[in-house]
Design a protein around this ligand. Structure first.
Ligand code: SF4
Ligand code: URA
Length: 209
């Protein structure tokens, strides 16, 4: 697998996070993200774990192997998808990222979203979900796509949750199995938006299902 060439703007962002002093997590190495830009699908996890910290790449440990399986369920190759995390540096001992750490890192995530310009964003776990849906419960809204401007946000359980609790495995698989249909729908919507007479104004955040 050859890595696609990085856009200059994404490269600049990667160099910036490599030296980022904005929060407590700055002591570990940065794992900025990986994948093509633009990309139709972007997956956003929580934060790098030990293996990710060692390799400098997102989702390369056990959760990453399961993520690959889930992407395959959706007919997606990993190298077609842009993958990153809410925080770019590993929280010590895999603790939850703190609210101030998530807030400090959020501008990088926003810039990545702008540069990758995905049609569909898959949030993995509650921290990425909370970026769009604060106060929601993942057990209640997983697999339910919602529109945020031009993008569709699909909240999913974190793959690591299914490694701890096998009952979540088929739930995640069923949620990922929806992605081809949603992507098709968003591509058709994008094509329609090119014809201004057909384009409807995008509501801010709207429940679709
Ligand atoms: Fe900077 Fe984000 Fe790393 Fe904190 S987690 S030091 S904000 S790159
Ligand atoms: N879990 C995450 O949330 N992100 C990774 O990159 C790896 C495991």
């Amino acid at each position: 697998m050859t890595a696609p060439a990085l856009s200059p703007a994404l490269l600049e962002l990667y160099e910036e996070v490599a030296d980022c002093p904005r929060c407590e997590l700055a002591r570990s190495r940065t794992v900025p993200g990986a994948g093509p830009a633009p990309a139709d699908v972007m997956c956003i996890g929580e934060g790098p774990g030990q293996r990710e910290d060692e390799l400098g790449l997102p989702f390369v440990g056990a959760a990453g192997r399961f993520l690959d399986e889930l992407l395959a369920v959706a007919g997606l190759a990993r190298d077609a998808v842009y993958i990153t995390n809410v925080v770019k540096c590993r929280p010590p001992g895999n603790r939850d990222p703190a609210p101030e750490e998530i807030a400090a890192c959020a501008p990088y995530l926003e810039r990545q979203i702008a540069l990758v310009d995905p049609r569909v964003i898959v949030t993995l776990g509650r921290f990425a979900m909370a970026h769009w849906f604060p106060g929601e419960a993942i057990s209640r809204i997983h697999g339910q796509p919602r529109r945020a401007g031009a993008r569709l946000i699909v909240p999913m359980y974190h793959p690591a949750a299914a490694l701890r609790n096998g009952a979540l495995r088929p739930v995640l698989e069923a949620d990922f199995a929806q992605l081809p249909r949603l992507l098709e729908q968003e591509r058709a919507r994008g094509a329609a938006a090119l014809a201004p007479a057909l384009a409807a104004p995008a509501p801010a955040v709207e429940r679709l299902l």
